[in-house]
Design a protein around this ligand. Sequence first.
Ligand SMILES: Cc1cc2nc3c(=O)[nH]c(=O)nc-3n(C[C@H](O)[C@H](O)[C@H](O)COP(=O)(O)O)c2cc1C
Ligand SMILES: Nc1ncnc2c1ncn2[C@@H]1O[C@H](COP(=O)(O)OP(=O)(O)O)[C@@H](O)[C@H]1O
Length: 274
Amino acid sequence: MKNSTAIAIGGFDGMHIGHQHLFAELGEQGSIVVIETGYANLTPKKEREHFSKYPIMYLQLDEIRHLDAIGFIELLQSKFPNLEKIVVGYDFHFGKDRKYNFDDLKELFTGEVKVVDEVSLNGDSIHSHKIRAKLGIGDIKGANAFLGHNYTIRGVRESGQGIGKKELVATINLSCKDGFLLPKEGVYVTLTRIDNEEHYHPSVSFVGHRVTTDGSFAVESHILEGEVGNVEKASISFVSFIRDNKKFDSIDELKKAIKSDIAIASKELKLLQL
Ligand SMILES: Cc1cc2nc3c(=O)[nH]c(=O)nc-3n(C[C@H](O)[C@H](O)[C@H](O)COP(=O)(O)O)c2cc1C
Ligand SMILES: Nc1ncnc2c1ncn2[C@@H]1O[C@H](COP(=O)(O)OP(=O)(O)O)[C@@H](O)[C@H]1O
């Protein structure tokens, strides 16, 4: 990473299509510099590393927010002694009160400063906060279109109430404490990857309070192909929204609804595989 000649700078939460346009300018010896605000929840912590081949250096916002433009460039040059090119987006700001922008970089950095124009989809500029808002209303297809990949969360298995397998369908219950933003409560067509398997299983997932049973919060995934063995961790990739979370009058009615959710997910995932 120290030998890198080009860097892209930003928060990069989500590693969305706009961010990928910056990475496309990095060439052979590039690195990504993440300015970590502590608010990343689409790709928290090291999750960003799944979405680029370039190595990532993390700078804490508190380490750099007080710097002026010269101080910031000097810091980058100390981290990357061979630096020739800095890639930022059209709206990149830095320093105290976000006072500096790419004009300051162009004026003070002796190498090349590449400014990537606004990247939009259907006339709508792509930004992490818009992806968060889409997930908040269950608009998975919209979020995924901005991301350029399926929104994916990871978690470790925790035990459920034990009702699922006996009375409903077997599910993998996940504890997602790693700071992922969860989409709106409801039922989703998903793909679930178990432990470190290479492939994803077609699945249907529930995110929300189990208002029909014990009221507790759960993120759970039912693998359509049937039961899976011992699972320690899993990731869930969201494909589309099926319906809102609902309080049913009986377990039987919940069971019917789950059957219909499974039919919807199977149909949609089969279509995807064509
Ligand atoms: C596809 C699917 C849809 C679900 N929909 C609802 C729902 O609308 N309302 C609800 O209270 N629980 C819903 N649940 C959660 C069930 O209540 C939960 O699976 C059940 O309580 C068993 O929990 P356990 O796995 O902890 O034993 C759903 C679960 C699945 C797999
Ligand atoms: N839609 C976009 N088009 C072009 N550049 C972008 C876009 N979104 C972000 N960038 C650039 O990517 C870098 C990271 O931006 P960041 O603020 O973390 O993303 P976001 O605005 O999505 O939260 C910055 O240099 C920013 O200017």
